[in-house]
Design a protein around this ligand. Structure first.
Ligand SMILES: O=C(O)CCC(=O)C(=O)O
Ligand SMILES: [Fe+2]
Length: 289
C-alpha cells in the first residue's frame, strides 16, 4: 500500500511548511536494519524529519528507502543533511567484469585514522537477479558475547591495514586478488576494538575481516584465533540483514557499527550504483564497565 505523502513536504524552492512528516520505520530483521517509508527524498523536509531518519539510522545500523529516483544534485543534497561528503563515486560492474567491490565482509576504509562515518548507496541499474548486499550489526554482536569476552575486548586496540590496502579494494572497479605480502607489508592506524556510538550510548565491536590485522601488543598469530572467532560469530544469521535492490533503492549504513558484504552472483550483467561517503572522526573507545 502506498503511504500518502503529507502536504508538508515542499519543493526546495518553496519555504512554506506546515506540520512535520516522519518516516514509518519497518525493521527488516530483528536485530539490524530498517526500511523507512512515507518520504519522497526529492523533496525538502523540515529538520525534524532528518532527525527522525538519523535516529532510526543510529538505532538500526543500516536503513533503506525504495523508489527514490534522485539525480546527482538531489543525492548530494540528501547526503549533506547527514554530514560532510568525503567521496562521491560511481560503482559500476560491467557484464564482462568478474570481480566486484566489497565481496567480503568489511567496514569501509578502517585503514584511515578517521574512517568514514557512513556510506550511502543509490541504485541506478540492477542485474535481473542477484547483486544483493548484506549487513551485520556490530552492536547486537557485541551484546551477545559473554561478559568475560566483552571485558577482554573492551581493553584492546587493534592495528588495521595500511592505507595502501585501499588501492586494491577501491581504486579499480575490477580489482586483482590482493597479495598477502602486500597486505602484511605495512601497518596502519590503531582503532579501539570496541567503540562507542555516542548517539545511542551503544558499545559496538569495531574489528573487521578486511582491514584488521592484529590486536595491539599481540602478534598476528596470537590475534588470529580470537579475530576468527568474532568474524565467524559476527555473521550468524540473526545479526545479518540482506537487501534486494531495485532501481531507486537507497541503503545508508552507519559505517561505525556495521559490516557489509556485496554478493557477487550476477556474472554477465551490469550493476551501477552511486556511492557517497560521509566524513568520520577518530573512533571513541567504549569504556570498560
Ligand atoms: O555494491 C555494494 O553492494 C556494496 C559495495 C561496498 O562494499 C561499498 O560500497 O562500500
Ligand atoms: Fe564497502
Amino acid at each position: 500500500m502506498q503511504i500518502p505523502l503529507s502536504r508538508t513536504a515542499v519543493r526546495a524552492d518553496d519555504d512554506v511548511m506546515e506540520t512535520v512528516v516522519l518516516p514509518a520505520v519497518h525493521r527488516t530483521c530483528g536485530l539490524v536494519g530498517a526500511e523507512l517509508r512515507g518520504l519522497d527524498l526529492t523533496l525538502d523536509y523540515p529538520d525534524e524529519t532528518y532527525a527522525a531518519i538519523e535516529q532510526a539510522w543510529a538505532e538500526h545500523g543500516v536503513i533503506f528507502f525504495r523508489d527514490q529516483h534522485l539525480d546527482a544534485g538531489q543525492r548530494e543534497r540528501f547526503a549533506s543533511r547527514f554530514g560532510t561528503i568525503r567521496v562521491k563515486q560511481e560503482l559500476r560492474k560491467e557484464p564482462e567484469q568478474t570481480r566486484a567491490i566489497g565481496e567480503g565482509w568489511h567496514t569501509d576504509m578502517t585503514c584511515f585514522d578517521e574512517p568514514p562515518k557512513a556510506t550511502i548507496l543509490f541504485a541506478e541499474e540492477i542485474p535481473p537477479w542477484g547483486g544483493d548486499t548484506q549487513w551485520a550489526g556490530m552492536g547486537p554482536v557485541f551484546e551477545a558475547l559473554s561478559p568475560g569476552l566483552q571485558a577482554t575486548l573492551l581493553g584492546l586496540w587493534a592495528v588495521h591495514a595500511n592505507v595502501r590496502k585501499l588501492g586494491l579494494s577501491y581504486d579499480q572497479t575490477d580489482p586483482p586478488e590482493p597479495s598477502i605480502a602486500e597486505y602484511d607489508a605495512a601497518e596502519g592506524p590503531l582503532h579501539p576494538v570496541v567503540r562507542l556510538i555516542p548517539e545511542t550510548g551503544r558499545k559496538v565491536l569495531y574489528v573487521n575481516p578486511e582491514f584488521t590485522m592484529r590486536f595491539d601488543g599481540w602478534t598476528r598469530r596470537e590475534s588470529l584465533p580470537l579475530l576468527r572467532y568474532v568474524y565467524e560469530f559476527g555473521v550468524r544469521p540473526e545479526f545479518v540483514t540482506r537487501f534486494k535492490w531495485a532501481p531507486g533503492s537507497i541503503a545508508m549504513w552507519d559505517n561505525r557499527q556495521t559490516w557489509h558484504f556485496a554478493v557477487n552472483d550476477y556474472q554477465g550483467h551490469r550493476r551501477v550504483m552511486h556511492r557517497i561517503l560521509l566524513a568520520g572522526s577518530k573512533p571513541v573507545p567504549a569504556e570498560a564497565l
